[in-house]
Design a protein around this ligand. Structure first.
Ligand code: ISL
Length: 539
C-alpha cells in the first residue's frame, strides 16, 4: 500500500550514536548508508535525522553554526547527497531537523551581532540592557537551568538564550531574520529533502517588552511569555507560504503545548502537518526528580489526546526520542518483563491514531544506561543538573537525578552486535556503550524469531496493510479496568480491537471475539491477560 503523507512510519536517527563508518568514535552519514538495508527491512517510510550541520556540539548539534553545511564529524555534502540518494532508492524519505529558534554562538550572524552595538545584525538576536541592579533583564529561566540571559561583557548587554548559553535566540520580530530563514529552508528543499522536523517551533515569538513571568520555578509559568507567543501563527504561516509546499512533511516540536493549541497548529490550513506534544511524557514533572511513572495516567492522557485531536488536528506519536530516558526503563515492573513490556508498548504506539515516530534502539528494546560519574556524561542539560545537584544535595543526589532523567540514556550508541563496542565503532565511542549490549543487540534479535525486532516488523507491516489502524476512529472501552488499556480503531468497514495489560500481573479482561492479528503471547485464555500482554483482534 502506498503510504499517504500521514500514514508513513518515521524512524528517528540520532546520527552521532547510530553507526560510525570511519572509526573516529562518532556515528556518521556513511554509517547511515551502511544501515539502509536494515531500515528497509524494518519497513519504515522515512527517517528523521537529528542535526548534522556544523556545530560546536555544545547541545549535540542543536547549536548550529552554519545552516547550509555538514559537520565534518558526520561527513561532507557529497556524503549527504549519497545518503539522500541511497535512501530514496530504497523508497525512504528524508526529514531534516530545522532548528531556528536559536543558532550557535559560533554562527557568523551571532558573531556579527555581538561585535558592536551598531552592527547591522545587532538586532538579529535579543539583546537587552541589564536591570537596574545590574542583573538579567527579566526572570526567565533557561530550559537547561539557570537564567535565560547571559551578559556580554564587551557591550554590557545581555542576550537571551532559552536553551544553553551557547544557543542565543534569534529575533523573529526582525523581517530580515525571517526572510533569511525562509531562504535557507528553500535551499534544503532544492537539495531534495522530503520534510522538516521543527525544533521547539512554538517558542519563536516572545511577548513584546519581555515581561517577567509570575513564578519562574513553576512549570505552568515556565513558558508564559514565549510558548505560543503573540505572533507565532503569523511567523509559521509566512514560513509555509515562502518556503514549504504540500508534498513536504512538517512536524513541529511543540513545547508545553495543550490540546487546544496543538489543534490550532495542525488543523486543516494550519501551519504544520503534525506535532509532537509532551503531556504524556511530562506529567511526571521534573524529569530528574519525577513523580512515579503511572501507566494508567499515561494512557489516560493518550486517550484524551486521541479523542480530542481526532478529525481536528493531527498527532505525531512517539514514546522515545533523543531527549527522553528510555520509556521501557520507566515502567514499573518492566525490568522483569523487558521483552513483553517492549512489545506491549510497540503494540500501543503502532495502533494509535496519528503518525508514528520510532526512535533508534526502541525496536530492539534498548534501555537506560549507567553513568558512573560526571566524566561519563555528555549532555549539557545533564552536566548542568549534575553540578546543581552536587551543590545542593551532594553526590548521591546527583547520581539519582541523572539516573532518572538524563537525556544521555537515549544517546548511548545503537547496539548492532554483541561484539566489541556493540558493532557501533572500531574506535572509542564518544559516549559509552550501554553495558547490556551483549544481550540486547540487532544481531541477536535478527536470529530470534520471537524477538522485539521481529515483532516491530510485524506490527509495521500490519499497520501498513490495515486501513483502520491509520484512519479509523479511536474509541476506548473497559475504562473501569485501570490495569488495562483497551480501545477500538473503527473505520467504515473494519474494526480493530486492542487489549493491553499495563501491569506485571495477570489481569481479567473483557472478552472480544474475532481474528487475532498479533500479540506478544501465544493464544491464551480469552478472559485473562498475562503480564504486559498485548492482543490485537479484528473484531
Ligand atoms: O518543553 C519540553 C517538553 O514539554 C522540552 O522537553 C523541550 O521539548 C525540549 O527541551 C526541546 O528540545 C529540543 O530543543 C533543544 C534541544 O536540546 C533538544 O535536543 C531538542 O529536541 C534545543 O534546541
Amino acid at each position: 500500500m502506498q503510504a499517504s503523507k500521514f500514514n508513513r512510519i518515521i524512524y528517528q536517527i540520532y546520527p552521532r550514536s547510530f553507526r560510525d563508518s570511519n572509526g573516529d568514535g562518532n556515528g556518521d552519514l556513511r554509517g547511515i548508508i551502511e544501515k539502509i538495508p536494515y531500515l528497509r527491512s524494518l519497513g519504515v517510510d522515512m527517517v528523521w535525522l537529528s542535526p548534522i550541520y556544523p556545530s560546536p556540539m555544545l547541545d549535540q548539534g542543536y547549536d548550529i553554526a552554519d545552516y547550509d553545511g555538514i559537520n565534518p564529524l558526520f561527513g561532507s555534502m557529497a556524503d549527504w547527497e549519497a545518503m539522500r540518494d541511497a535512501l530514496h532508492q530504497a523508497g525512504i524519505g528524508l526529514i531534516m531537523d530545522l532548528v531556528v529558534n536559536h543558532t550557535s554562538v559560533e554562527h557568523p550572524w551571532f558573531r556579527e551581532s555581538r561585535a558592536s552595538l551598531d552592527n547591522p545584525r545587532r538586532d538579529w538576536y535579543i539583546w537587552r540592557k541589564p536591570a537596574p541592579d545590574g542583573g538579567p533583564p527579566n526572570n526567565w529561566r533557561s530550559y537547561f537551568g539557570g537564567s535565560a540571559w547571559t551578559l556580554d561583557e564587551a557591550s554590557g548587554e545581555y542576550y537571551l538564550h532559552l536553551f544553553s548559553v551557547g544557543q542565543p535566540d534569534l529575533n523573529w520580530e526582525n523581517p530580515d531574520v525571517r526572510a533569511e530563514i525562509a531562504a535557507m529552508v528553500r535551499r534544503w528543499v532544492e537539495r531534495g529533502v522530503d520534510g522538516f522536523r521543527m525544533d521547539v517551533i512554538n517558542v519563536l515569538s516572545k511577548t513584546p517588552g519581555l515581561p517577567s513571568v509570575g513564578d519562574p520555578a513553576a512549570l505552568a509559568w515556565a513558558g508564559e511569555h514565549f510558548v505560543n507567543g503573540p505572533r507565532i501563527f503569523d511567523y509559521l504561516a509566512e514560513l509555509k507560504r515562502e518556503a514549504l509546499d504540500e508534498s513536504l512533511l512538517t512536524v513541529g516540536e511543540l513545547s508545553y503545548v495543550d490540546l487546544v493549541s496543538a489543534i490550532r497548529f495542525t488543523e486543516e490550513g494550519g501551519p504544520l502537518d503534525m506535532a509532537f506534544s509532551f503531556e504524556h511524557m511530562d506529567y511526571i514533572g521534573d524529569r530528574f526528580a519525577p513523580a512515579d511513572w503511572d501507566m494508567a495516567e499515561f494512557c489516560r492522557i493518550i486517550a484524551r489526546w486521541q479523542t480530542g485531536i481526532a478529525d481536528r488536528g493531527h498527532a505525531a506519536l512517539f514514546f522515545n526520542n533523543h531527549d527522553q530516558p528510555r520509556l521501557l526503563s520507566r515502567i514499573p515492573g518492566a525490568d522483569q518483563y523487558r521483552d513483553k513490556a517492549a512489545k506491549m508498548l510497540a503494540t500501543l504506539l503502532l495502533t494509535l491514531e496519528g503518525t508514528v515516530f520510532l526512535y533508534q534502539g526502541e525496536e530492539i528494546g534498548m534501555t537506560n544506561s549507567i553513568f558512573a560519574d560526571r566524566s561519563h556524561l555528555r549532555d549539557v542539560e545533564s552536566l548542568n543538573r549534575w553540578d546543581s545537584e552536587i551543590a545542593s544535595g551532594g553526590e548521591a543526589a546527583a547520581h539519582r537525578a541523572i539516573n532518572l532523567g538524563s537525556r544521555d540514556h537515549a544517546r548511548t550508541p545503537m547496539q548492532w552486535t554483541g561484539g566489541s563496542k556493540a558493532g557501533f565503532t572500531d574506535g572509542t565511542p564518544w559516549i559509552d556503550v550501554n553495558p547490556n549490549y551483549r544481550e540486547i543487540n540487532v544481531d541477536a534479535a535478527e536470529k530470534d524469531p520471537d524477538s522485539i525486532l521481529h515483532y516491530y516488523r510485524s506490527l509495521i507491516s500490519l499497520r501498513h496493510s490495515t486501513p483502520a489502524l491509520n484512519d479509523g476512529s479511536f474509541v476506548r472501552f473497559a475504562e473501569e479496568m485501570p490495569a488495562l488499556f483497551c480501545y477500538r480503531r473503527q473505520s467504515a468497514d473494519e474494526c480493530i480491537a486492542v487489549l493491553l495489560n499495563l501491569t506485571p500481573e495477570p489481569q481479567p479482561c473483557p472478552a472480544v471475539n474475532g481474528e487475532r492479528l498479533i500479540g506478544n503471547y501465544p493464544d491464551g485464555a480469552p478472559d485473562t491477560l498475562s503480564p504486559f500482554e498485548a492482543r490485537v483482534i479484528r473484531a
